[in-house]
Design a protein around this ligand. Structure first.
Ligand SMILES: [Zn+2]
Length: 65
């Protein structure tokens, strides 16, 4: 991995967007799925999917800015 790639990789981690809204909406909730993958949602989408995610056994982390 060259320096430039590394920079973009770090930038990508610090800029977290809602998986549903896309870029422009900051994610406020991290969702750890039982399968091991992670989802990120804004407050709006987290509220919308929270009940289903809980049923699936997902763990929701609230991120405070
Ligand atoms: Zn959203």
């Amino acid at each position: 991995m060259d320096e430039q790639t590394e920079f973009y990789d770090l930038a990508d981690k610090s800029m977290t967007y809602c998986d549903r809204c896309g870029k422009g909406t900051t994610a406020l909730i991290y969702v750890a799925m039982p399968a091991g993958n992670e989802l990120k949602y804004c407050a709006h989408h987290a509220g919308r999917y929270r009940a289903n995610l809980n049923l699936l056994g997902a763990f929701l982390y609230e991120l405070s800015a």
